[in-house]
Design a protein around this ligand. Structure first.
Ligand code: B4P
Length: 192
């Protein structure tokens, strides 16, 4: 199996690139942000719980997100060649839970690929996306809070995987095609 994590700050292009990589490598795409938005759209109790955190630019509590991802992995598991995790894990507790879930299935994360993008570029992208996305968290004010959450709670996830020698960083600025090419070069090297 090939299991990847696309890592990076909010708006760094994880979702954009994940959609391209899943096609190229025929992997399953698990995006915690998309799953949470789906729960909100369906007005489930999980979605209602998540909404207040997302609107404020805060991370949704670990227990909520871990349970949701665990269910998704179980539903998809039998028919897949591997997974691209997009936006998950976002805390060290989530990373430990993910490592455990995969170990129980006799597999593991092969590579964590971090997209590096400046705060100025992130803000510009998210505010631009906000003009069409209708997402309540796509505002210049919320970006500041989301970036703070990223620095305090999510960056330690990179260290967690660096200790396992699984972290590689690439430049997330430039054309979308060039970034896909750089990511694909990393994926093609796995297992060589
Ligand atoms: P996410 O849905 O994961 O959203 P994101 O970080 O904003 O987006 P991403 O990095 O995927 O950027 P994208 O490709 O869209 O999270 C939203 C919220 O959900 C979080 O704040 C949190 O509240 C909650 N949440 C999610 N997962 C959680 C977890 N595990 N634990 C707790 N809470 C969780 O790209 C952004 C924009 O840039 C797009 O408009 C795109 O078109 C553009 N773009 C992409 N690449 C570009 C490039 N190279 N050049 C120019 N523009 C580019």
């Amino acid at each position: 199996m090939l299991n990847l994590i696309l890592f990076g700050p909010p708006g760094s292009g994880k979702g954009t690139q994940a959609l391209r990589l899943v096609k190229r490598y025929q992997l399953c795409h698990i995006s915690s942000g998309d799953l949470l938005r789906e729960e909100r759209a369906n007005n489930t109790s999980l979605g209602q719980e998540a909404q207040k955190y997302m609107d404020a630019g805060q991370l949704v509590p670990d227990a909520v997100v871990i349970g949701m991802i665990s269910n998704k992995i179980d539903q998809q598991w039998n028919s897949i060649k591997g997974v691209i995790f997009d936006g998950f894990p976002r805390t060290v507790a989530q990373a430990i839970a993910l490592d455990d879930m995969l170990a129980q299935k006799n597999t593991q994360i092969n590579q964590v690929i971090a997209l590096e993008v400046s705060l100025e570029e992130l803000t510009q992208r998210i505010v631009e996306r906000g003009k069409v996305s209708g997402r309540s968290d796509d505002t210049a004010e919320t970006v500041v809070k989301r970036y703070e959450e990223y620095q305090n709670k999510t960056l330690p996830v990179a260290q967690h995987y660096e200790h396992q020698n699984k972290l590689v960083a690439i430049k997330g600025e430039g054309s979308i095609d060039d970034i896909t090419a750089a990511l694909s070069a990393v994926v093609d090297r796995i297992g060589q």
